[in-house]
Design a protein around this ligand. Sequence first.
Ligand code: GLN
Length: 177
Amino acid sequence: MRTVGAEPVFVRTADDLAGIEALVLPGGESTTIGRLARRYGLIEPLRAAIEGGMPTLGTCAGMIFLASGTTGEEQPLLEVLDIVVERNAFGRQVESFEEWVEVDGLDEPVEAVYIRAPWIEKVGGSVDVLARSHDHPVMVRQGSILATSFHPELTGDVRIHTMLLDLIDAADAGEGA
Ligand code: GLN
């Protein structure tokens, strides 16, 4: 985020949300992220911020945490992004891989790094599919929410992070109008 001119801060409490203009929900383990968010009282504040239009990028586990459901067991989710995901859809850790994907709105393909990645099984009507792999959506946008199955932070290509910052500008322009 620093590379694209933003000043990143960690959000650990609901109060931390007040000072930020955009949110990144990173990869990791979505069940752990969800449980910790619930324990620290972050589910409702995050939901309110994102539903209130906060530009948000969820990558991998972050995408799962944003989703309205998974094909597997129940886990705490924000349910703000109208997609159903299949966790670990591409296989186990050893089946992690990279490929070039075409992304809607970008001229050149993106090198996508998948690490025990989810894919998207179902998308709602207000969701635009921006990239696909293995016959499934792997990048989507719904209003000011962007989500990727893959890890755009691992390649040095900042175009997807720039898309997030562009959403801040779009939101600001909308407010001014
Ligand atoms: N497999 C993890 C999950 O289901 C996601 C992995 C990742 O974020 N790289 O939450």
